[in-house]
Design a protein around this ligand. Sequence first.
Ligand SMILES: C[S@@+](CC[C@H](N)C(=O)[O-])C[C@H]1O[C@@H](n2cnc3c(N)ncnc32)[C@H](O)[C@@H]1O
Length: 261
Amino acid sequence: MISFIGAGPGAADLITLRGAQRLREADVVVWAASLVPEALLTHCRPDAEIHDSKRMTLEQVCDVYARHPDAAIVRLHSGDPAVYSAIGEQIAWCRANDRPFEIVPGVSSLGAVAAAAGCELTIPAVAQSVVLTRLAAGTRASMPARETIAAYAATGATLALFLSAGLVDHLAGHLLGAGSAYTAATPVLIGQRVSWPDELLIRTTIGEMAADAHRAAIEATALILVGPALAGADDQSAGRSHVYDAAYTTRFRRATGVIDG
Ligand SMILES: C[S@@+](CC[C@H](N)C(=O)[O-])C[C@H]1O[C@@H](n2cnc3c(N)ncnc32)[C@H](O)[C@@H]1O
């Protein structure tokens, strides 16, 4: 069995119980040392065969799988494997080679950065959508032409920009183009290596984010969150949810009263 496991954002106790169990049972582990701290390997057996995928190609990774047809193999990906993990091509290999596989979800850096900042990304009447996206430079051929930052900025939704810290100088221009629902004062959170021992969290605005990112020497493994919902933790005037509103009937509770204000 090949288990594609979400390692979580970095802290060794933010992997799921199932993920940690698979690591304890693994004969072979392929992990991305550039994105997953070594502390995660404390879950592994001392005799497990460990491969760092940092300098490996897809073919070399799949060659490890091919050489161990009967082993318990763990492929450890950062965060949750559903986003930007390149498991799609590995699953295609498993299917083509008749190899059983499973996916064990993990805590994405999206939730980890929001948790570190103490905020919710969806605030009633402010933003009810979260867009997971990226800016691209060297890999821009991966970006479908219609998936532009400007198109998402026009909605005012909360944006989660992965893999984009190196392009922070270009970001404000994309976010504040014609038709954007954001302004230079719109809140931005930059989380670098969140849940790692050297975690860094910056609260800034679209107008200030490039200067603040440079001042803090933000480079890789940083997630950038943008949108008015990020003011929610500080702004008590932000909307509240219907589900816990006494004036609102749910499937489990009848409305009992009206909340003032
Ligand atoms: C290859 S993608 C993997 C995303 C991962 N699958 C997830 O769910 O978080 C790597 C990007 O995820 C973000 N990232 C991953 N771990 C992070 C962390 N601990 N703190 C901040 N951003 C992180 C950064 O944007 C980084 O460039």
